[in-house]
Design a protein around this ligand. Structure first.
Ligand code: ACO
Length: 319
């Protein structure tokens, strides 16, 4: 078997919804400003008793069910998250225990909003090299717990959720090409620069972002990597059926689609009701469009994302 394919998708959103109008009662903002600048209308917020791993578990169970496999066939778990339950053990270990799959390898990937792309590219390498046959790849976040709810520049942008896929070995074409990039020189533009020392939190423990600088970099980086990924795979942009981008800002998504010459009818957009769910946003969007019937087997998908670091990447695949 020479390919790795997506066998199934799943996702989970917490029930609690926070609208822009409700947010404007807490912080100096407005529905009009948020919608005009970002395209976001509402976001889901995790219940107080839930941890990121609980969201991950529900998304993983949905993906296992959609793939039609027995969970014991999974031989590797990779979780992309910026908001793990704790510093260690990893989310992947916690999820492995919750799924009842002792002894299979499990590890986390930290690439913020590009985390799912990094995790998917890693899973692809494991499957293609024969090191794994069925991989559970999850992107799960509780970004609401990383936000300063008095900072209107960031708290309006993010939401919570989880998405998952099962990747399996196949003789049918699946993942065609994956391309990753990083540039640590930009780490000061988007970060949460805190750590623990001497039993105390040291540094700023909330998400910080220089929005306009991130915006500018994101449009160029995403446009460039999309073109490079297509060129290296020998696939023309006209062959792309769906762009499934990281859901950070509608204006970034529109600019990237325009650069690729893709009409917005070919772009999956979920951020309006979900906000930016970081590593969860791409698998959430993917699952959404699979379940509502837009994405069909055999179609060509281009997934892409960017996050703090900067880290960015794209995956081209036949669904
Ligand atoms: N409500 C009302 N006014 C606001 C708000 C708000 N929520 N936030 C900022 N403003 C004000 C600012 O204070 C500023 O006012 P001033 O001119 O008086 O100083 C004005 O609005 C314009 O602010 P900008 O930051 O320049 O607004 P911009 O149009 O750039 O939009 C935004 C900000 C939405 C954050 C945008 O820059 C963006 O989306 N950036 C990219 C985000 C992104 O892609 N992140 C990706 C990765 S996320 C990750 O990795 C975790």
């Amino acid at each position: 078997m020479s390919y790795s394919r997506i066998l199934g998708t799943g996702s989970y959103l917490p029930a609690q919804v926070l609208t822009n109008v409700q947010l404007a009662e807490r912080v100096d903002t407005s529905d009009e400003w948020i919608v005009a600048r970002t395209g976001i209308h509402a976001r889901h917020i995790v219940d107080a008793q839930d941890k990121t791993s609980d969201l991950a578990l529900r998304a993983a169970e949905a993906a296992i069910s959609s793939a039609g496999i027995d969970k014991h066939e999974i031989d590797l778990i990779i979780v992309a998250t910026t908001t793990p339950d704790m510093l260690f053990p990893s989310m992947a270990c916690i999820l492995q225990e919750k799924l009842g799959l002792p002894s299979i390898p499990a590890f986390d990937v930290q690439a913020v909003c590009a985390g799912f792309i990094y995790a998917l590219a890693t899973a692809n390498s494991y499957v293609k090299s024969g090191l794994a046959k069925k991989v559970l790849v999850v992107g799960a976040e509780t970004m609401s717990r990383l936000l300063d709810w008095n900072d209107r520049r960031t708290c309006v942008l993010f939401g919570d959720g989880a998405g998952a896929v099962i990747i399996g070995a196949s003789d049918q074409p699946g993942i065609l090409h994956a391309k990753l990039a990083a540039d640590g020189r930009y780490q000061s533009l988007l970060n949460t620069p805190a750590h623990i020392a001497d039993g105390q939190i040291q540094g700023h423990p909330y998400l910080y972002m220089d929005g306009p600088a991130v915006f500018k970099f994101a449009v160029k980086a995403l446009s460039d990597i999309a073109v490079k990924t297509l060129n290296e795979a020998g696939v023309d942009k006209s062959q792309v059926d769906w762009l499934v981008p990281h859901q950070a800002n509608l204006r970034i998504i529109e600019a990237t689609a325009k650069h690729l010459g893709l009409p917005m009818e070919k772009v999956v957009v979920t951020l309006g009701q979900q906000g930016n769910t970081s590593a969860a946003s791409i698998p959430l969007a993917l699952d959404h469009a699979v379940r509502d019937g837009r994405i069909q087997r055999g179609q060509t998908l281009l997934l892409e994302g960017i996050g703090g670091g900067f880290v960015w990447g794209a995956v081209l695949l036949t669904f």
